[in-house]
Design a protein around this ligand. Structure first.
Ligand code: A3P
Length: 292
């Protein structure tokens, strides 16, 4: 079953969410002017974007940490290619924080030329797939498909938002040695959030006190974020997300794929992905009890 073009459109070999951006806008991003102080968080969808958006917001905004400012993540760390609130990004004060799912090849030139900083977060693709499947029920902008196998085949063929996971991660991991890119894994964040937060702070040159780091780690926990309307997207309109069908923060763990994928589906997944995954310069963690 092919994906419906009611939900996605293809531009420059890449799928985008229908009605949330345009081919012209995507093209214009190549020349989007980058400042040295800009920070971009890039992910394949369902890899821990909201989590890292929240961490960035907590690191940069004292008013978020101490609760004196009530601002949505979407306004703190808006989407580059989906300008949902129709904000003039050029007028945003520095340092600007952005989130994006763009493949490396579609990035603004300035970023490729070393301006700004990029944090790329990757997650094991089976958890990504299962998260995407469940999220497609909550999201009004994704096609809801009841049969997991159909979504899995689309994922394996790259017919989902973000395209082929392998292409995305290969493209980005080829840039791992760039000094303006920090490569993080969802699983390392899950296993040791404090170390991941410190890594992010070091990379960004942000000096926070021990107590401030503790606050960031505490407020970025799954439990705290699930209850914090500034950090769980519950303020988004019902034409984007239908929370009667589930939450943005669903399980937040490693290895939940085993609860959805059958043995046969897992074998099928491996038969398509394994060879190229083995060549990636990344070690994957498939279960919460596995060592990194
Ligand atoms: P699950 O659906 O597996 O629970 P994205 O923001 O890229 O769409 O990713 C969403 C995934 O990140 C969801 O995965 C969500 O639960 C998980 N996530 C969000 N915040 C988290 C947190 N604080 N700790 C662990 N996982 C988190």
């Amino acid at each position: 079953m092919e994906p419906s073009d009611k939900y996605m459109f293809k531009h420059r070999e890449c799928y985008f969410v229908q009605d949330m951006t345009t081919p012209e806008y995507i093209d214009s991003l190549e020349n989007f002017e980058i400042r040295d102080s800009d920070v971009f968080l890039v992910t394949f969808p369902k890899s821990g974007t909201i989590w890292t958006q929240n961490i960035l917001s907590l690191i940069y905004h004292e008013g978020h940490r101490n609760g004196t400012e009530d601002m949505d993540l979407l306004d703190r760390v808006p989407w580059l290619e989906y300008n949902i609130r129709n904000v003039d990004y050029v007028k945003r004060p520095s340092p600007r924080l952005f989130a994006s799912h763009l493949p490396y090849c579609l990035l603004p030139k300035g970023l490729k030329n070393g301006r700004g900083k990029i944090i790329y977060v990757a997650r094991n693709p089976k958890d990504v797939l299962v998260s995407y499947y469940h999220f497609s029920k909550v999201s009004q902008k994704l096609e809801e498909v009841e049969d997991f196998e159909v979504i899995m085949e689309r994922f394996l063929a790259g017919k989902v938002i973000g395209n082929l996971w392998l292409d995305h991660v290969e493209g980005w991991s080829a840039q791992m040695d760039n000094t303006n890119i920090l490569f993080l894994m969802y699983e390392e964040m899950k296993k040791d959030l404090r170390s991941a937060v410190l890594k992010i702070c070091n990379f960004l040159g942000k000096r926070l006190s021990e107590e401030e780091i503790d606050d960031v780690v505490d407020m970025a926990s799954f439990g705290k974020m699930s209850a914090d309307r500034r950090a769980n997207y519950t303020t988004l309109s019902s034409d984007l997300l239908d929370f009667s069908k589930g939450s943005f923060l669903r399980k937040g763990t490693i290895g939940d794929w085993k609860n959805t994928m059958t043995v046969a589906q897992n074998e099928r997944f491996d038969s398509v992905f394994r060879k190229r995954m083995e060549k990636l310069p990344i070690k994957f963690c498939w279960d919460i009890n596995d060592k990194l």
